[in-house]
Design a protein around this ligand. Sequence first.
Ligand SMILES: [Zn+2]
Length: 254
Amino acid sequence: MITDEQLLRYSRHILLNELDVAGQEAIMSGRILVIGAGGLAHPALTYLISSGVRQLTVVDHDQIELSNLARQFWFNSNDIGHSKANVLSQRLQSLNPYAQIEPIVAKADSILLQQLIPSADLVLDCTDNFFSRNLINRICYFQRKVLVSASALIFAGQLAVFDFRQGQGPCYQCLFNGKVTDQDASCAKNGVYSPLLGIMGSAQASEALQVLAGIHPQGCYLHCFDARSFQWQRFQLSANPCCSVCTNTGLSTE
Ligand SMILES: [Zn+2]
């Protein structure tokens, strides 16, 4: 039940016909798992929490470094050496008193993800490497969750929503088939344009809120953004018949 204070706090959302009170209440009931507390997670969590999502878990084993500060705007010089998940969760709490943000300072490995993903309605992949993205994709698929995946490298961003609630692909593995390595595509080696993280992380939050509210459009698309030309391209995705994840009908979490 939404309170009078919440009606006022979220009034600009509630005014949107597509959302209304029912959509806002669905957003407030959503449970979101965010994997990674870096450049994508900062804008994504900012919009999710200020928009009313109350149950969030943030997983990251990393500590804050000087080179993070150009993109990860909730951190400052005094935070260097501290846990990203802990500091980010503390800072975000000030955004919304209704939010319950649980930080988990641990590597998002298979064992941890298999513990956490079943109790989430939706998973945001805010990691920065293909190994983690493939692992998260695999477990989300077998747990029939919605995965909102994004990445940013150099001036290029990518975003896709994989809705596995019906037990069907396409999935993230269909897209890359494990052919791109982390050596090919790391921000530490190739660089990344700071505001691109803001755009892609905000886009993740936008997609996640629409999924929670039940108004996300049908179909699976890869959205590619070029920050140099400021152009978006959209590609419809279909399941790859050779995919080792979503064409494997024997449900397993291995
Ligand atoms: Zn697949």
